[in-house]
Ligand binder design. Structure first.
Ligand code: BJW
Length: 228
């Protein structure tokens, strides 16, 4: 691939063939759960057990999930282009690192970490959370939450991401619906920066018209084919 600086944005569609559900569309998680109740700070304040139940269930699914051919192709791309590839993932599932990617930003946090809403400690966490879980640092119970970014919260490492998009000459969005900001705005930023833009998805996303090139099909087919 003849590009000096590549930014890859990934979404739930990348992990669909690893057995993890997407959010929108037929049978998506938002068909089964009200996002206001389980993915907002206000929902957590109103009913923490409901939010814990949602994320404990998904933490359980992760135990079975393995990286698929698309995650592995992206890890290979990073290894073959040392220092040139930055993966920005909206996924909280940890499958990029399981596949061997290292230059990685988890802009919506990580399900494999917990955050104490009282003292701000973030630490690796693989157990279920509940109202009785105590923070190992401040020792208070009732404040531990999954270390993920809910609606109305600021996604992680935004200045780092903005600088990488501004400097990239190839931007590729994979398996994301283009319906959640700020990630949905990245393709417009990449175009402004003069980058070539590519969409890899099962179906055209909400931002499809903004991409210069697109390939539609399951991620396990279109991503390895694109990476080569
Ligand atoms: C396949 C496939 C296969 C399937 N192969 N492809 C108006 C009102 C209120 C708020 C806003 C508003 N307008 C904008 C906002 C902001 C808001 C927002 O965007 N809302 C929209 C809904 C309108 N955004 C935020 O609040 C963000 N924060 C923010 O903006 O902060 C600013 C701020 C400023 C000042 C102070 C404070 C803040 C935060 C957004 C956080 C999103 N969080 C979630 C949950 C994270 C944890 C978790 O996982 O539970 O992130 S929601 C959910 O959506 C999750 C995902 O990362 C995110 C994106 O979803 P994704 O990945 O695109 O998945 P899907 O399901 O949508 O799409 C799947 C795609 O895969 C589809 O295209 C399929 O075709 C494809 N696919 N199978 C290839 N096999």
């Amino acid at each position: 691939m003849q590009f000096a600086s590549i930014v890859i944005l990934t979404g739930a569609g990348l992990s669909a063939e690893s057995g993890l559900g997407t959010f929108r569309g037929h049978d998506g998680l938002w068909d089964q759960y009200n996002l206001e109740e389980v993915a907002t700070p206000e929902g957590f304040a109103r009913n923490p057990p409901k939010v814990h139940e949602f994320y404990n269930l998904r933490r359980g699914w992760l135990k079975q999930a393995k990286p698929n051919a698309a995650h592995l192709a992206l890890a290979r791309l990073e290894q073959e282009h040392t220092g040139a590839v930055l993966t920005v993932t909206q996924n909280i599932d940890g499958l990029h690192e399981a596949a061997g990617s290292h230059r990685l930003i988890h802009m919506h946090g990580e399900l494999g970490r917990a955050l104490c809403a009282r003292c701000g400690t973030s630490l690796p966490w693989t157990q279920d959370l509940s109202l009785t879980t105590s923070c190992p640092v401040c020792h208070k119970a009732g404040f531990m939450r999954p270390d993920v970014v809910w609606f109305g919260e600021m996604p992680r490492e935004m200045p780092h991401i903005a600088a990488a998009i501004d400097a990239c000459d190839l931007f590729v969005a994979i398996g994301t619906s283009g319906s959640v900001y700020p990630a949905a705005g990245f393709v417009a930023e990449a175009r402004r920066a003069g980058a070539h833009t590519v969409e890899l998805n099962l179906d055209p996303s909400d931002c499809a018209s903004l991409f210069a090139e697109a390939h539609y099909g399951p991620a396990t087919e279109v991503v390895p084919a694109f990476v080569g």
